[in-house]
Structures are given as structure tokens and as C-alpha cells.
Design a protein around this ligand. Structure first.
Ligand code: C2E
Ligand code: MG
Ligand code: MG
Length: 637
């Protein structure tokens, strides 16, 4: 038998049965307690009721007491063993079906009394556990088939039944079976509702956890590997915020379908909540198989999803944890989560396999999160300014404000080390507002101090600021408070802001434009470039990412992209800024390509405000690239 069940066909049969039958034992503790209390009361009422019924039926006091006491014993056991949930449930079940048997017996085998059995068997599914249910069914079988054959007059008060007890046992058995099927279907539906995610119909966290527990237990006994994939969508919040919840729901449903389609029938895909999914892979031949599945899932998601007439691309980050000896299921899931976190931080749209060193990195990050919350209040943030230079004259045209964090123990941190965290926690909203205010105050001071060099300032805005705050109102107030000429302020937005091209973002951009500020598209060419937004949205400046500038000076093939972008910008009448210029040859070639402004270490790194002032004092005469290196790039980053 075990050989049959252990075979592939046997396991398929078990899987199919698992699919259609309720799982059992998944009732939460508090729900179980409530139900058990109710059923125990029902059982105690039976003890009293049967005693009275026996007396009414004319039995003596002692006999009546004994009949009720048999049931009473189970009532005591069900109450006494409450710390052992399954034992108590089984005792309660035994008590109630024994009540049925006693009732049948006291009523002299009246057929109508048998209905009591049907009701009790159905009621047992309230425990949503196979043990009490099978106890009830087993009892009915024993009672009808065994006792019914040995002493048919005790069971059936019916001549035909007494003459043919086996036939009657079969008829009754069929009725009980039919009643059980109805109860099991209800039980399964009930379970379905509490174990499946209502939107995607995938198993929810609870069912996933249950399957994982089983898989972990099984894997300790059998060869083969198990693995958990933790999948988290990147930038899902953007879709929800800019396209609405209905679009978000549709996206999740599509993702669920695509993840499912990447798996074998025996594997489990679940939605853990929000934009988090998990996959359980069983019977893997090699650990590398999990990587292959992760690959497939990423590929499956790489095809754009049509949402409200637009093609939206979602990426996902996946963490993989492999099961091993003595790795409990909670740890497996947590490890996969940690690996996902690492994957997301390193490169969105990728996967990572868990290693124990990742724990340390995640703890570090959580620490950073909590420290960042108070960094602003503690005055630990500072703004440095990187010069923007006119490529034809070499003169200083403006500065870009770049935030830094003077961390009490880690020293000066660059945005790359904390902006992502700030984005994810929402801390970027107050930080961004502070950077804007601080930069405008500074720029206004410089413009008044050096009227001959009317400096403009560029400030980065994060997508989160667009979604979470009234960014237009914020900018208007800052301009009013600081008195800065709006045309001297450039707001830099990455393609992340315009990614979903929603009407709301469009309206916000037009309102910003109406304030008189300049709008720049930052890191052009690295994000999602459907490019159609460039025509419709009111941008003035296009900042070409360093990625394309790096190739310049290395021959026509390497600089082809930069040339093409420059041409595009000219056609759209956008001013161009080349980011990350590091060498003289790049600066010269870009100037020949008629790029307007340049920014990069070749001219200057981001400098503290004092250093910019020194620069302002000395650049009126000399082009920036001819200044001594000590002024252009002081020691600080
Ligand atoms: P970004 O807006 O594209 O800023 C340019 C980044 O390139 C700066 O890095 C700058 O130091 C660096 N860079 C400039 N020239 C060169 C070069 O020649 N070589 C190299 N290797 N790098 C160069 P930084 O300061 O680390 O800032 C990184 C990013 O952090 C910024 O990219 C921006 O997206 C973000 N960021 C900085 N400050 C803020 C802020 O206040 N708010 C928001 N939302 N984002 C900010
Ligand atoms: Mg920028
Ligand atoms: Mg940039």
C-alpha cells in the first residue's frame, strides 16, 4: 500500500484528493474554542435530555442514569482535555454520536431516531478537522453494520430490517455518506473562503504556510529538495496610485496567472498579501531548478500588461530559499524574504538565493530606516551643489542640489546609500521638501551676492513626492517664502514620475510649469522610455545619463546613442545637459555636438556651499575647466 502511495501515480492521486477535499485542522485557535464551547454545551444538554427521555420512556432511575452517564463521560473528557484540541474534539464527537446511539436504543430502534446520527455527523464538520469527523462516521458504521447485524432489534425497530440487517446497514450507510458529502462540500467551501485570496483565488498566507509545513516535514524523510520563492513586485504602488485600485487589482490578477503558468501542477503559488507572492517548489532534483523557475517567472512578467489602454511593464524581485535539514518552515519563508530584499536592493527585476550573510545586511538596512527617520530633525542632512557648466564658454551656469547625510557613526553618506530607503519608507517627502527649501534659500542668496552671475539651481524630485503630497503647492510656497525667481529653479524628475503617464501627473506637471519653473527629465535613457511623453509633457531640459556620455570620445559607435538623443532633443526643442563628464575629450566632443550644458567630475564634484561661493568669486573671469583642480574637486565628495 505504502509502495503504491509512494509511487508517482500514487502521489498524483493524493495531490488530486488534496485539491478536492478539505485540508482540516486549519481552524484558528479562537474559532475552535468558540465552536468547541458550543458543541460541548450541546453535548451536556444531551446528557440531561437523555436522562429525562429515559424516564419518560419508563426506564428506572438507575437505568436512566446509566444511559445518560455513558454520554456524560465523554462530556467530561471533552471538557477536561481542552489543552489537546484534537483529543477534545474527538471526545465531543464520540459523545454526540453516542447520544444518537443511546437515543435510538431508548426509543426502541425507531427509524426516525436515526436522523439524529445524520445531524450529528454534519455538525462534526464544524470542527473542520478530519479526526472528529471520521470518529463520527466510524461510529455510525460500527453501530449500524456491527451492532445492527448482531442485535438488529436494538438498532432497527422494523421487521424488514431485522430480517435483512445487512441490507439496512447499506441503506443507512448510503444515507450517512450522502449527508457527509453535503457537509464536506460546505466545509471545503468554508475553508476555501478563509484559505484563498479573494482577488486572485491563489492560496493565501495561511494555506501556503500549511502546505509549506507539510512539504518541510515530507522533505526530511524523502530525497529531493524543496524551495521557497518570495516574489515582490517592484513599483506596484505607482500603478495603484496613478492608475487607480481597479487597475492595480487587474495587474495583480494577471501577475497571479503568469506566476501560476510558470509552475508544475504540484507546486504551490500563493498571494501573501499586497504585492507579495510566494511559490513552494517540491521534489526538486537539484537546487539549481529553483533558479530556473525564478528565471521563468521573471521572463513571464517581462511581457507588458495592458491596463486601461496602456501597456504597463512590471518587474518583480525574487528571493529564493532552499530547504535543508532542520530548517523550519517559518525560517524558510523569512530567508526567502531576506533574499528578495537583497535582490531588490541590488537590481530590481532580478533574483537572489539566500545566504546567511544577507541577514546582517537586512538588519543594517532596518537600522538605517529608523535612523533616517530622525536624520532630518537632528540636522544631519546637508546639501552639496554640483556645478553645471556652459559647454561652449566653460562658464558656471547653475548648480544641482544633491543631498548628503552626515551620519553620526558612518560618516558622510551619498544618496545611493539612503535615497532608496527614503523612497520606500516615504521619508523622501519631508526630506525632498527640505532640500528644495534649503536650495532655494541658498540660490537666492548667491543671486543677490553675485548679480553678475545669475545662478540657477536644479533640485531632484522623487516620484513619491508626486504621489504623496501636493507637490505644486509645496513648490509655490517655497518660491514665495524664498523670493527666488521661478525661472531660476529647475525641477529634475526621473522617468519613474512619468512612467504611467497618468492624467493626474500630467496636470501636476502643467501646474508646476505654470509657476514659471523649468522642468528637466533626469537620467534620460535609463528608465522606461516610451518617449511619447516627451512630446506631450511640458519639459524644457533633457539630462542625458552618464551611461551614454561614457562612450563619448571612444569612437562613432560608442557615441551613437548620445548623438541620437541630442538630435531628438533638438527636434523637440529641449535644452540638453550631459551628465557625468569625466574627461576633456568628452567635454569637447559634446560641445561640438552642440550639447548646451555639462556636469561631471571633469568640471567639479558636488561641493559644499562655501566651495561654490569660492567658485563664484573666481569664475567670473576664468572658464571652470581651467580652474585649479583643488578648487574644482576638493577632498569632500
Ligand atoms: P542625479 O540627479 O542624476 O545626480 C547626479 C549624480 O551623478 C550625483 O550623484 C553626482 O555626484 C553624480 N555625478 C556627477 N558627475 C559625475 C561624474 O563625472 N562621474 C560620476 N561617477 N558621477 C558623477 P549623487 O550625489 O550620489 O546622487 C545620486 C542620485 O541621488 C541623484 O542622481 C539623484 O537621483 C538622487 N538624489 C540626490 N539628491 C537628491 C534629493 O535631494 N532628492 C531626491 N529625490 N533625489 C536625490
Ligand atoms: Mg538629478
Ligand atoms: Mg541624473
Amino acid at each position: 500500500m505504502s509502495a503504491v502511495l509512494g509511487s508517482a501515480a500514487g502521489r498524483r492521486l493524493i495531490d488530486t484528493a488534496r485539491e478536492f477535499l478539505p485540508r482540516g485542522q486549519l481552524l484558528p485557535e479562537d474559532a475552535w474554542r468558540r465552536r468547541h464551547r458550543t458543541l460541548s454545551i450541546l453535548l451536556r444538554l444531551h446528557v440531561v435530555g437523555l436522562f429525562i427521555f429515559a424516564l419518560i420512556r419508563g426506564y428506572g432511575l438507575l437505568h436512566s442514569f446509566n444511559e445518560a452517564a455513558v454520554v456524560g463521560v465523554f462530556a467530561v473528557l471533552a471538557w477536561w482535555g481542552q489543552s489537546h484540541r484534537r483529543f477534545s474534539s474527538a471526545m465531543c464527537s464520540l459523545g454526540l454520536v453516542t447520544s444518537s446511539a443511546v437515543l435510538v436504543h431508548l426509543s426502541g430502534g425507531t427509524i426516525e431516531a436515526h436522523f439524529h446520527f445524520f445531524v450529528m455527523v454534519g455538525i462534526m464538520t464544524l470542527y473542520q478537522d478530519w479526526l472528529p469527523f471520521l470518529v463520527a462516521i466510524g461510529y455510525v458504521v460500527l453501530h449500524h453494520a456491527v451492532l445492527g447485524t448482531i442485535a438488529p432489534d436494538q438498532v432497527y425497530n422494523h421487521e424488514a430490517a431485522i430480517a435483512q440487517p445487512l441490507r439496512w446497514a447499506v441503506i443507512h450507510g448510503s444515507f450517512v455518506l450522502a449527508a457527509s458529502v453535503a457537509s464536506i462540500v460546505a466545509w471545503r467551501l468554508n475553508e476555501e473562503q478563509s484559505l484563498r485570496d479573494a482577488l486572485t483565488r491563489l492560496p493565501n498566507r495561511k494555506l501556503f504556510k500549511d502546505r509549506l509545513d507539510h512539504a518541510v516535514a515530507r522533505s526530511q524523510r524523502q530525497p529531493g529538495f524543496i524551495a521557497v520563492l518570495f516574489i515582490d513586485l517592484d513599483d506596484f504602488k505607482n500603478v495603484n496610485d496613478t492608475m487607480g485600485h481597479a487597475a492595480g487589482d487587474q495587474l495583480l490578477t494577471t501577475v497571479a496567472e503568469r506566476v501560476r503558468a510558470c509552475l508544475r501542477p504540484g507546486d504551490t503559488a500563493a498571494r501573501l498579501g499586497g504585492d507579495e507572492f510566494a511559490v513552494l517548489l517540491e521534489d526538486l532534483l537539484t537546487p539549481g531548478d529553483a533558479n530556473r523557475v525564478a528565471h521563468r517567472v521573471l521572463e513571464g512578467l517581462a511581457v507588458s500588461i495592458p491596463l486601461r489602454g496602456k501597456d504597463v511593464l512590471v518587474k518583480a524581485s525574487i528571493g529564493i530559499a532552499l530547504g535543508g535539514l532542520d530548517v523550519p518552515s517559518e525560517e524558510l519563508l523569512r530567508n526567502a524574504d531576506v533574499a528578495m530584499y537583497t535582490a531588490k536592493r541590488e537590481a530590481k527585476g532580478s533574483f537572489a538565493v539566500f545566504e546567511s550573510s544577507m541577514h546582517v545586511a537586512v538588519v543594517d538596512r532596518l537600522e538605517l530606516e529608523s535612523e533616517l527617520h530622525r536624520a532630518l530633525d537632528q540636522g544631519e542632512l546637508v546639501v552639496h551643489f554640483q556645478p553645471l557648466v556652459q559647454l561652449d564658454t566653460g562658464r558656471l551656469a547653475g548648480v544641482e542640489a544633491l543631498v548628503r547625510w552626515k551620519h553620526p557613526t558612518k560618516g558622510l553618506l551619498l544618496p545611493g546609500e539612503f535615497i532608496d530607503v527614503a523612497e520606500q519608507t516615504g521619508a523622501i517627502v519631508p526630506i525632498g521638501a527640505w532640500v528644495l527649501e534649503h536650495s532655494c534659500v541658498q540660490a537666492q542668496r548667491w543671486r543677490q551676492q553675485y548679480p553678475g552671475q545669475p545662478l540657477s539651481v536644479s533640485v531632484n524630485l522623487s516620484p513619491r513626492q508626486f504621489q504623496q503630497s501636493d507637490v505644486v503647492d509645496m513648490v509655490r510656497r517655497v518660491l514665495e517664502r524664498t523670493g527666488l525667481d521661478p525661472t531660476a529653479l529647475t525641477l529634475e524628475l526621473t522617468e519613474g514620475v512619468v512612467m504611467f503617464d497618468s492624467e493626474e501627473t500630467e496636470a501636476q506637471l502643467h501646474a508646476l510649469k505654470a509657476l514659471g519653473v523649468q522642468l528637466a527629465i533626469d537620467d534620460f535613457g535609463t528608465g522606461y522610455s516610451s518617449m511619447s511623453y516627451l512630446r506631450r509633457l511640458p519639459f524644457d531640459i533633457l539630462k542625458i545619463d552618464k551611461l551614454f556620455i561614457d562612450g563619448i570620445g571612444g569612437g562613432p559607435a560608442e557615441s551613437a546613442f548620445a548623438r541620437a538623443i541630442m538630435k531628438l532633443a533638438r527636434t523637440l526643442e529641449l535644452e540638453t545637459v550631459a551628465e557625468g563628464i569625466e574627461g576633456a575629450n568628452q567635454a569637447h566632443e559634446l560641445r561640438d555636438l552642440q550639447c548646451d550644458l555639462g556636469q561631471g567630475f571633469y568640471f567639479a564634484k558636488a561641493l559644499a556651499a562655501d566651495d561654490i561661493e569660492a567658485l563664484l568669486g573666481s569664475t567670473s573671469a576664468a572658464p571652470l575647466s581651467q580652474l585649479p583642480a583643488s578648487v574644482r574637486s576638493p577632498a569632500s565628495p
